[in-house]
Design a protein. Structure first.
Length: 376
């Protein structure tokens, strides 16, 4: 697409023209000789028109030509012609990028082919030396294999002697191992006894910590319950104001709570929040609060979702988290009630999309969570 846009340019930038000149030279595309408007009576090489009828004529074919370019047989004439471009400060990928991202890649390709040419020339003699060395190595390896066969016969005899020796010391090794295992068990027992002493202190500290948190639970629960029940429709700024107001009220009423108690640090579970992020929930504080409200509210959540972030998250997370699966229906679907009934019967998550200001009255018992117990 970028190459097609370049081809459509009426007056290409100098960086684009310079790059296409270099590409034409690499592919040995002859320029078009045209009269020079600035110098009457003289002509100049127009590579732009040549590129229109050459490399840029078929952008897909150009990409294939770039990949299949015979980099091992670049003519010296081409290298000589392209050298001034390589030496030019204007023929720099960073500078070319300002004019065209596609031409930046073409510039990098030209420079890479130029560099490869000289590297290949330097490496070729070494390749020949390697081939000669490999030939000598094969002769040496043949001799080595003969010596290895003789060595194996000796090693087999030694192996038999070692087997006899190993049988003689097997009992000694077994007894030594048993002695070491007893030592390990004794050491582990000693460490366990010593460790239990320190574990008692840790358990005591944990009990004290949990006791302190339990004493703060009423105030923390009040803030969290208020947020879950009432803060859903409001912005993050308003939610923070609510939490601050509730904490100040608790101070006035002598209701203890943790410092800075809020919805996230009271009801948030770090592992679950991280799992939500994996399934597409943004990790900003407002989104995390929304996730907690959805997860803990007793009423079915209504999500106003212009950017469809919640929609995507619920679908992705529901497929993984719901044991019964996930169903997505619209209010206009003819099988709406059937889908809801099956969802209730088999424990599926139901995502009702594109609702308006009015809902089907048949859904009211479900939305109100009206339940009837039949039987003992």
């Amino acid at each position: 697409k970028d190459l097609q846009e370049i081809r459509a340019l009426g007056k290409p930038p100098e960086g684009v023209k310079l790059t296409l000149e270099a590409v034409c030279i690499m592919f040995q595309v002859k320029p078009v000789r045209k009269a020079d408007p600035a110098n009457p009576g003289k002509k100049f090489d127009d590579y732009w028109e040549a590129s229109q009828n050459g490399p840029l004529k078929d952008p897909k074919a150009l990409l294939d030509d770039l990949f299949k370019f015979d980099k091992d047989n670049i003519a010296e004439k081409v290298i000589t012609q392209i050298q001034p471009y390589i030496d030019s400060e204007n023929f720099d990928p960073a500078a070319i990028k300002k004019s065209s991202v596609a031409c930046e890649a073409l510039c990098m390709w030209v420079r890479a082919m130029h560099k490869y040419h000289f590297v290949a020339k330097a490496v070729e003699p070494k390749r020949k030396m390697l081939a000669d060395a490999e030939g000598s190595l094969e002769v040496t390896m043949t001799k080595l294999r003969g010596a290895q066969a003789e060595l194996k016969a000796v090693e087999d005899k030694i192996a038999q002697l070692e087997a006899d020796y190993n049988g003689a010391v097997a009992k000694q090794d077994h007894l030594t191992h048993e002695m070491e295992m007893c030592g390990v068990k004794l050491g582990n027992a000693t460490k366990l006894i010593d460790g239990l002493g320190g574990e008692k202190d840790r358990w005591s500290e944990t009990v004290e910590k949990l006791t302190a948190e339990y004493e703060l639970l009423p105030g923390d629960s009040l803030v969290a319950a208020g947020m879950v029940s009432y803060a859903g429709p409001f912005t993050g700024e308003h939610r923070s104001d609510f939490e601050l107001l509730w904490r100040e009220t608790e101070v006035k009423e002598s209701i203890v709570h943790k410092e800075g108690a809020n919805l996230v640090n009271v009801l948030g579970q770090p592992v679950l929040i991280q799992q939500w992020a994996v399934y597409g929930l943004p990790n900003d504080n407002l989104s995390v609060e929304n996730g907690i409200i959805i997860a803990t509210a007793r009423r079915w959540p209504l999500m106003i979702d212009p950017q469809r972030q919640a929609n995507k998250f619920i679908k992705t997370y529901g497929k993984a988290a719901s044991e019964g699966g996930m169903s997505t229906v619209k209010l206009s679907d003819s099988n709406l009630l059937q889908s809801v009934e099956l969802g209730i019967q088999f424990g599926k998550w139901i995502l009702l999309e594109n609702i308006g200001e009015q809902l089907d009255p048949a859904l009211e018992p479900v939305l109100q969570q009206q339940k009837i117990k039949d039987g003992p």
